[in-house]
Design a protein around this ligand. Structure first.
Ligand SMILES: Cc1ncc(COP(=O)(O)O)c(C=O)c1O
Length: 397
């Protein structure tokens, strides 16, 4: 009799995934099947210290009792409901999210991913301004659907899909003068990440957000903050832009907002909200009650004490990384638990591979940065372990 199921070795699932799923992702060569706390477990039972929380999604690690409980209980009640019907959990999630953003936005749109939140933002910009010229930044990352891609920087992502329907100008990041120069009468909006995540963990000088806000207000340009990666506590404040107390006209959120479930949110101010009409943008799954239960659990867990912990762990991690002695390290960057090490000599991918061999999972950023986006439940002993292993890896290179 032939075997009906593949044998449960890592090689088979690796083989099956590579065989049946389109080859759009790099392959880390690791099959992970469950998670608990800060750890992910492979098919052979080996545990990995998760220092990337799935690119910033699983911010409370895995199997968190409060998140798990709220998702199970909502699953038993109602998982999906079209937006044309009202729902208790969805309404509460929207209200609480707007409140957590300081009541600076009037209304929001629920999407299912970061890129979708950006798509919605771009459509709202066009409807509100009647214009299609957008300014974005070099090294930006806003997602890979066609609209989001048109404001994402980088030949390697863009080239096959050009030209885009939006007229996008890329300017230097963290340079208010470039923004001033790029604006003309056709400019609808400026979209920017308060800290660039995919583009190399670039944290602008204090004052940058305030300056760009002033320029946008003076020129009647819609300001959009993409806090899909930097938001929801990642830097030690609910939003990275709160470090400078600057509020954009449109805010995009995603990643860790819904307890690990797919999410994207576009929040808008009063004047933009007033111009959005029925059926301009909808989604079968947007704002589904299951995801919204994840949002409510996340907002509950993300209190001041947790934000203080993120700040504390972030500073501890930053200082420990900065103390590593290696000629291959060109600098430490980022804020809170959004940190990176710039690696010289094209050795970044080797560092990631060797760390993985040491049971530590980190991810790339830009061309030469090792990025850490650990879950917020991380403790000093986990950071000590990572730094020790990193020192070992650097000695091997
Ligand atoms: C700043 C930023 N914007 C947008 C996105 C796209 O989000 P998603 O992958 O959920 O579509 C990402 C994803 O990494 C991101 O970091």
């Amino acid at each position: 009799m032939g075997q009906l199921l593949p044998d449960k070795s890592m090689k088979d699932y690796n083989f099956l995934q590579q065989k049946y799923i389109l080859n759009t992702y790099p392959n880390r060569g690791l099959t992970l099947i469950k998670g608990e706390g800060v750890y992910l477990f492979a098919t052979d039972g080996k545990k990995y210290l998760d220092m990337m929380s799935n690119y910033g999604v699983n911010i409370f690690g895995y199997k968190h009792p409060i998140i798990t409980q709220s998702l199970i209980s909502q699953t038993k009640k109602l998982t999906n409901l079209h937006g044309s019907f009202n729902n208790d959990i969805r309404a509460l999630a929207a209200k609480q999210l707007i409140e957590r953003c300081g009541n600076k936005f009037t209304q929001l749109y629920f999407a299912n991913s970061g890129a979708e939140a950006i798509e919605a933002a771009l459509k709202f910009i066009i409807v509100a301004s009647g214009k299609k010229k957008i300014i974005a930044c070099e090294n930006s990352y806003h997602g890979k659907t066609l609209g989001a891609l048109s404001v994402t920087y980088g030949e390697k992502y863009r080239k096959p899909f050009e030209p885009f329907s939006l007229d996008v100008t890329f300017i230097k990041f963290a340079d208010p003068l470039s923004l001033e120069k790029a604006i003309d009468k056709n400019t609808a909006a400026f979209i920017v990440e308060p800290i660039q995540g995919e583009g190399g963990l670039n944290d602008p000088k204090k004052g940058y957000l305030e300056q760009i806000k002033k320029i946008c207000v003076e020129n009647n340009v819609i300001l959009v903050f993409d806090e899909i990666q930097s938001g929801i506590g990642r830097t030690g404040k609910f939003l990275a832009s709160l470090w400078d107390n600057v509020t954009p006209d449109i805010l995009c959120l995603g990643k860790g907002l819904a307890g690990g479930l797919p999410i994207g949110v576009t929040l808008v101010n009063k004047s933009i909200a007033a111009k959005i009409s029925k059926n301009i943008h909808t989604s079968s799954f947007g704002g589904n009650p299951l995801t919204c239960a994840g949002i409510l659990a996340t907002l509950k867990l993300l209190d001041e004490k947790r934000l203080d912990h993120i700040k504390l762990m972030g500073d501890y991690f930053f200082n420990k990384l900065a103390s590593i002695k290696s000629n291959l390290i060109a600098g430490i960057r980022g804020k809170g638990l959004m940190l990176g090490i710039k690696i010289k000599n094209n050795e970044r991918n080797k560092v990631l591979k060797l760390l993985q061999n040491e049971s530590v999972l980190a991810i790339p950023s830009g061309d030469d940065v090792v990025r850490f986006l650990p879950p917020y439940i991380i403790q000093k002993e986990h950071i000590d372990e990572v730094v020790e292993k990193l020192e070992k890896v650097m000695r091997l290179l």
